[in-house]
Design a protein around this ligand. Sequence first.
Ligand SMILES: [Zn+2]
Length: 132
Amino acid sequence: MFEQLDNEALLSALTTERSAFTRSDPLLLRLMIEELIRRKVYPTDTVEGNPNSVVTMVEGWGARWHEWRPPFECQHCHCDLRDYRTGPPFKREIAVTDFVRDHTVDYRCPDCDVSLLAGATAWKRVLDDSDP
Ligand SMILES: [Zn+2]
């Protein structure tokens, strides 16, 4: 049913279908996910440290939940920020939240505890994307 779509097109179609919320078709969503699993774009199941199913990950984190978003390492101590216990998209950086403004104001390295925003444009982009 999705033969005409390559992997990227199918991921984009799933993103569109998911963002349609109440107007989305749960069966179509499920078929798209099954097809992505069949093509080995998605794993059959999430890793052991992640209690969510693949379907829940798509619903909660989006069609591209299976990819870690860069940057992958701390620019200060060069540790790997990807969380292999929980798998993608989860990373180990610590979000610093201003609870008064209910807004993430910084990300710190879990290993060296230095701000990941210090001189890093990639991280400023991550922070901008998290704006409500
Ligand atoms: Zn570090």
